[in-house]
Design a protein around this ligand. Structure first.
Ligand SMILES: NC(=O)C1=CN([C@@H]2O[C@H](COP(=O)(O)OP(=O)(O)OC[C@H]3O[C@@H](n4cnc5c(N)ncnc54)[C@H](O)[C@@H]3O)[C@@H](O)[C@H]2O)C=CC1
Ligand SMILES: O=C(O)/C=C/C=C(\O)C(=O)O
Length: 480
C-alpha cells in the first residue's frame, strides 16, 4: 500500500482538485513508495484565498502568541524527530544519522530561532534634530510564497516558513515534488499545534505547474526560493513584472582553498565532509578544491585514500557515509558529468562509478569521485554538478588561487584553510562570495546573513535579514 501525501489548505487535509497524483520514489531502492498531489492553479488559488482569509487575524496576533505557536511547532518537531528523520532518509536517500543529527534538529531550530528573533526585532527611528522624528513600521507583506528544493527538504522548507510566519504573514508553500513527505508531516504537526486555519498552506506539485502558479499569482506578495539558478531566473521573470519581493538562493560551485600552513588533519577531515556530505547535494559543498603545491601530493593522496574508505550503502545503517542520490534523473546527470570530465581531459583518480550495494541493486548510488588535471575554466569546473564529485587542482601563489576561485559565474560560499590570519582576512575580503568560512565549513549561526552573489542569489536569508525581507517598511514622519 503506497503512502499518500495530501495538501494542507485552509486548515484541511485535501486531495488535489484535479484528483491526480505524482509518484514519489525511495532512492535507496529505486522504487515508488508514496504518492503526492499533482496540484494545479486552482489549488494555489484556494490556498491564496485561505491565506487572505487568515491574514487579518494572524497579522494582528501579538508577538507572544506568535512566539507560542512557533515554539510549540518546534517542540513537536523535536518530539517527532525519529519519525521525521526516517521519513527524510527514505524520501531523499540520505543517511538516517545525518537526518537525525542535522536536518531535523535544524528544522526545530529554525522555528525556535525565529520565534525568539521576532520578539527582539526592533524598527529604526531617525530624529531630525529639534524638528521631527521619523519611525519605521515593519508590517507583514500579506500572503507570501515559499518554494524549496529536495536536498535538505524540511531544513530548507522551515528556513523559509518560520520567518514568514513570525513576521505576521500567511504562507503558501511548495516543497519539492521529489521529496514531499516531511513537509506533509510538518503540516500535520502545525495542525496539532493549533495553528489557525489558512495561516500555513502547503500545496504539493510540479515546479512548472504548481510552482509557476505561485510565481504568477497576483496576490502573492513575495517569494522566497531555494533551488537551481535556471528556475530562479524563471521565477524572477514571472514575478518581477508583478512587483513581488524576491529572495533567491541558488546554485554554487564553491572553492575550497587549502594552504600548506593549515591545520592539516582538520582540513583533510573537513574537506571529506565539505565534498561528500549528503552525497555532495548541498549548495555549500566545496566542489573545487585548490591545494598549495607544497602539500598537494600528500593531500591528494590522503584525500583519495579517505574517499575510497567511505562506506556507500543502506542509508538506514549507522556506518553508512554515502547514501543514494535523490533520483534517477539526478543520478544520470551526475554520471554525465563524469563522462564530460573525461572528455575534457580529466583523470578520475577515484570513484565516479555507479554502485549497487547488496540488497539495494535498483538504488541510485555513485562512488564519490575525485577528478584531476582539469583547467579552472572547463565545464566540469564551471557547472554545478550537485553530486559526490570534486575536482582537485594545485596552485603556487595566493593571487593565482584567488583568480581561480573567482573564475565562476557562481558566488555562494568559499572556504580558506590557513593559520596565517592576515592572509585569511585578505582573501575573505576579495573572494566573490556571500559566505566565507575560515578553518571550518558549514558552521552556521542562524543570526547571520545567508546567501550568494552573482548567479548564486539575490537577497539574504537568516537573522533579521529574513524578517526585513518578509516585512514592508513604512516610514512615519512627525514634525514637532
Ligand atoms: N540550493 C541549491 O543550490 C540547489 C540547487 N539545485 C540544483 O538544481 C538542479 C535541479 O534540481 P531540482 O530539484 O530540480 O531544482 P529546481 O530548482 O528545479 O527545484 C527547486 C524547487 O523549485 C520548484 N520549481 C521547479 N521549476 C519551477 C518553476 N518554473 N517555477 C517555480 N518553481 C519551480 C521545484 O518544484 C522545487 O520545489 C540540481 O541538480 C542542482 O544543480 C537543486 C536544489 C538546491
Ligand atoms: O541554511 C543553511 O544552513 C544551508 C542552506 C543550504 C542550502 O540552501 C542548499 O543546500 O540548498
Amino acid at each position: 500500500m503506497l503512502q499518500k501525501v495530501l495538501n494542507y489548505i485552509g486548515g484541511e487535509f485535501r486531495e488535489p482538485n484535479c484528483g491526480a497524483y505524482l509518484d514519489v520514489f525511495n532512492p535507496a531502492k529505486g522504487e515508488i513508495y508514496a504518492q503526492a498531489p499533482d496540484s494545479d492553479d486552482s489549488d494555489i488559488t484556494d490556498a491564496v484565498e485561505a491565506g487572505q482569509k487568515a491574514l487579518p487575524e494572524w497579522s494582528a496576533t501579538n508577538l507572544e502568541q506568535r512566539y507560542d505557536y512557533l515554539i510549540s511547532i518546534s517542540k513537536r518537531i523535536t518530539e517527532n524527530l525519529q519519525e521525521l528523520a526516517l521519513a527524510e532518509s527514505v524520501d531523499c536517500g540520505k543517511p538516517l544519522w545525518l537526518a537525525q543529527s542535522v536536518d531535523i534538529p535544524r528544522a526545530a531550530s529554525n522555528f525556535r530561532y525565529f520565534a525568539t528573533a521576532i520578539m527582539q526585532f526592533a524598527s529604526e527611528s531617525h530624529e531630525m534634530s529639534g524638528k521631527a522624528i521619523n519611525y519605521t513600521l515593519r508590517q507583514p507583506l500579506g500572503v507570501v510564497g515559499c518554494i524549496s528544493p529536495w536536498n535538505l527538504p524540511l531544513y530548507l522548507f522551515t528556513w523559509k516558513i518560520a520567518p514568514a510566519l513570525a513576521a505576521g504573514n500567511t504562507v503558501v508553500a511548495k516543497p519539492s515534488e521529489i521529496t514531499p513527505m516531511t513537509a506533509y508531516l510538518l503540516s500535520k504537526l502545525c495542525a496539532e499545534a493549533g495553528l489557525p486555519a489558512g495561516v500555513l498552506n502547503v500545496v504539493h506539485g510540479l515546479g512548472h505547474k504548481t510552482g509557476t502558479a505561485i510565481s504568477s499569482h497576483r496576490d502573492i506578495k513575495a517569494i522566497s526560493f531555494t533551488g537551481s539558478t535556471k528556475v530562479g531566473a524563471d521565477i524572477a521573470g514571472r514575478a518581477a513584472p508583478l512587483f513581488k519581493k524576491l529572495s533567491l538562493e541558488m546554485g554554487g560551485k564553491n572553492p575550497n582553498i587549502i594552504f600548506a600552513d593549515c591545520n592539516y588533519e582538520k582540513a583533510l577531515e573537513t574537506t571529506i565532509r565539505s565534498s561528500f556530505s549528503n552525497q555532495g547535494q548541498i549548495c555549500l559543498c566545496g566542489s573545487r578544491i585548490f591545494v598549495e603545491r607544497a602539500v598537494f601530493d600528500k593531500f591528494r593522496s590522503d584525500f583519495i585514500d579517505r574517499t575510497r574508505g567511505l562506506k556507500i550503502g543502506n542509508p538506514l545503517e549507522d556506518t553508512t557515509s554515502v547514501g543514494a542520490v535523490v533520483s534517477k534523473q539526478h543520478f544520470d546527470k551526475i554520471l554525465s558529468y563524469i563522462t564530460l570530465a573525461k572528455t575534457e581531459g580529466g583523470t578520475i583518480s577515484c570513484g565516479g562509478n555507479p554502485v549497487q550495494p547488496p540488497g539495494f541493486e535498483n538504488g541510485w548510488y555513485i562512488e564519490p569521485a575525485v577528478i584531476e588535471g582539469l583547467s579552472p575554466d572547463c565545464r566540469t569546473n564551471q557547472e554545478e554538478i550537485f553530486g559526490p564529485v570534486v575536482t582537485i587542482t594545485p596552485f603556487d601563489k595566493e593571487a593565482e588561487v584567488l583568480s581561480y576561485a573567482n573564475q565562476s559565474s557562481y558566488g555562494l560560499s568559499a572556504t580558506i584553510w590557513t593559520e596565517n590570519l592576515s592572509r585569511a582576512h585578505r582573501l575573505a575580503a576579495k573572494l566573490e562570495s556571500g559566505i566565507v568560512w575560515v578553518n571550518t565549513w558549514m558552521l552556521r549561526d542562524l543570526r547571520t546573513p545567508f546567501g550568494g552573489v552573482k548567479n548564486s542569489g539575490v537577497g539574504r536569508e537568516g537573522g533579521y535579514e529574513a524578517l526585513r525581507f518578509f516585512t514592508e517598511a513604512k516610514n512615519v514622519c512627525i514634525e514637532y
